[in-house]
Design a protein around this ligand. Structure first.
Ligand SMILES: O=C(O)CC1=CCC(=O)O1
Length: 96
């Protein structure tokens, strides 16, 4: 199943910079592993915001929840999820 996920990051102002650097490095590695696996299909920065728009291709809601709740930045993000399905006018075979 495909999902659009909007993640908006809100790091606490009092978070030590070393801790922030460590979490961001973990987040990048976690995200890039999932991108290589094909489960995290796209990640785009939303212009002008500390937020991204991502597309996930996972088995079901449970797998998406497991992935999102494992994000190192999970405690510091607001996340919104929109399930997607193939549009009848889509021409790309992998849009499903
Ligand atoms: O910077 C972000 O949008 C948060 C994030 C999610 C995966 C990643 O590498 O950064």
């Amino acid at each position: 199943m495909l999902y659009q996920v909007i993640m908006t990051v809100d790091l606490p102002r009092d978070l030590a910079s070393e801790e922030a650097t460590r979490i961001l490095a973990q987040e990048k590695a976690y995200s890039q592993d999932l991108q290589r696996s094909g489960k995290w299909r796209h990640i785009w920065r939303i212009a002008g915001q500390y937020a991204n728009c991502s597309i996930f291709d996972v088995r079901d809601h449970d797998e998406l929840h497991q992935i999102l709740s494992g994000l190192p930045l999970f405690p510091f993000m607001e996340i919104s999820v929109t399930p997607l399905l193939r549009h009848p006018s889509a021409i790309r075979e992998d849009d499903r």
